[in-house]
Design a protein around this ligand. Structure first.
Ligand code: 9MR
Length: 384
């Protein structure tokens, strides 16, 4: 009796996974886990697997593979750029919701969740806003009202459609900044002070009380020495204080932009960091994972002696983040920042020396070792 019941449960689970992921059911053969998509495997552990989506690539009819893989492999998406302020409100008072709305419609069709990105960030702001502040036509009081309105309008427009919002992004400095003691950095806190962070969460919560509200940052995958130059400690102290003050913050997003040249972390360090955040009563998520490598002349010439160690090191880094996440029930999503080297921010950003190879699939949509390693991690974690 017991056996038959679990067989039924397994069949139902497979049918559901097959329906969502268009994996052909092979009659008479049990589906092999390795043939399932990332999203189907993540589902076994209640973990959403996400990707950032580049709208130009999604709309490119000459590149159907991009759209196909977004739908097939991922259960969550993050707009890479189209929910940023410069795109949403290029001229003051005139909103351009269309690209983001198009992505939301796509996710609805494909039964995916959405991470909203981003409400408060110092980059990709419209010129009318930064120019107005610089030339004194926008006062600090007006700036505060403008931010309040932006958050209210944006969160209200997408109300009910966003699972997690990145409310505040990258507000903490880095140890290489001056002064090296970690501090608030960037346009918003410079003009409006650190208190604007709590206000942003309150305003977002008012506009959509059901959305999960996140603080999101990079280089917070592991704690350092706990001293004044430890960025993870700074973010930890900040979110602890926000919780203590009753600010409606639900989670911390750890971006996870790693590089094979740094060595980086193991799964236990990663898990320990996540545990410390979740002990505060917060959820956690990896929000922008990629692992870049230096594109030496040898790599570019196709020398496998140089390429293979990079593919292996990248797989190990992806896996450390995934295993650390899987070992904490409150790690609710694992999002990669693009899934193919054909569309990745890395080579455009790191030019000297050139870096690349940062995603799960190569430029021809061939899955790399990192893709299989993530699947293996999910298979082991989801074993019943
Ligand atoms: O991937 C994004 C790229 O297309 C933009 O040009 C860039 C502008 O700053 O932002 C990139 O995304 C960033 C994200 O919004 C926040 N964390 C760092 C990401 C990579 O720079």
């Amino acid at each position: 009796m017991k056996l038959r019941r679990s067989a039924l449960v397994a069949t139902v689970a497979l049918v559901a996974a097959g329906a969502l992921n268009a994996v052909p059911a092979s009659a008479g053969h049990p589906e092999r886990p390795a043939d399932l998509s990332l999203r189907a495997l993540g589902q076994r552990s209640d973990l959403a697997i996400g990707t950032a989506v580049d709208m130009a690539a999604l709309d490119d009819t000459t590149d159907p593979q991009y759209r196909k893989l977004v739908a097939e492999q991922f259960s969550s998406v993050t707009p890479e750029n189209v929910m940023k302020w410069e795109v949403l409100e290029p001229t003051q008072g005139t909103y351009n919701w269309a690209p983001a709305d198009e992505l939301i419609a796509f996710t609805k069709q494909n039964k995916q969740r959405v991470r909203g990105h981003v409400l408060v960030w110092q980059n990709q702001l419209p010129a009318w806003l930064t120019d107005g502040v610089n030339n004194g036509t926008i006062s600090d009081d007006q700036l505060r009202d403008i931010l309040h309105k932006h958050i209210t309008d944006t969160v209200s427009h997408f109300k009910g459609k966003i699972w997690q919002w990145d409310v505040v992004n990258e507000a903490a400095s880095d140890p290489w900044d001056s002064p090296s003691t970690i501090h608030y950095k960037g346009f918003w806190t410079q003009h409006l002070g650190g208190g604007i962070i709590a206000d942003a969460f309150r305003w977002a919560h008012q506009a959509d009380p059901k959305a999960l509200l996140f603080y999101n940052d990079y280089n917070i995958e592991a704690f350092g020495d706990g001293g004044p130059g430890d960025k993870t400690q700074f973010v930890y102290n900040m979110v602890k204080q926000l919780k203590h003050d009753g600010v409606p913050i639900d989670g911390v997003g750890s971006q996870g932009h790693l590089g094979t040249q740094y060595g980086d972390y193991d799964a236990l360090q990663i898990n320990d960091t996540l545990n410390r955040f979740t002990d505060l009563g917060l959820d956690v998520a990896f929000t922008e994972v990629d692992v870049r490598s230096q594109m030496t002349a040898g790599v570019q010439a196709g020398d496998s002696n140089e390429i293979n160690p990079r593919l292996q090191a990248a797989a190990a880094d992806f896996s450390a983040l995934m295993q650390g996440c899987l070992a904490n029930r409150r790690c609710i999503s694992f999002t990669v920042w693009g899934f193919t080297d054909k569309h990745s921010w890395v080579p455009g950003w790191f030019k000297d020396p050139l870096e690349g190879m940062a995603t799960l699939y190569d430029e021809n949509y061939q899955p790399k070792r990192a893709y299989n390693t993530l699947k293996a991690d999910l298979i082991f974690a989801g074993r019943r």
